[in-house]
Write a protein that binds this ligand. Structure first.
Ligand SMILES: [Zn+2]
Length: 78
């Protein structure tokens, strides 16, 4: 018998990275010329942003917005 303590998937949400994306915190020591906006809601991203691995990638202000962007029914006529 073996006691598996601490090696299980306790809470993957706190690791900061998973299958759908990861949190990116750019260094603040330099001015980043690239302005980032949330791909879903369009809000400017000041510091940390969510780099999505779904929906063809992109930056989001929150993983929830990335999920919404992925699952959102696109009503555009394309
Ligand atoms: Zn957003």
């Amino acid at each position: 018998m073996s006691v598996d303590h601490g090696s299980g998937n306790v809470n993957s949400a706190l690791t900061g990275a998973n299958d759908i994306g990861e949190w990116i915190t750019p260094p603040v020591s330099y001015v980043d010329p690239a302005r980032r906006f949330c791909k879903f809601c369009g809000r400017p991203i000041a510091r940390r942003f969510w780099l999505a691995k779904t929906a063809g990638g992109g930056t989001f202000c929150d993983p929830a917005h990335a999920a919404l962007f992925t699952t959102y029914p696109r009503s555009s006529d394309e």
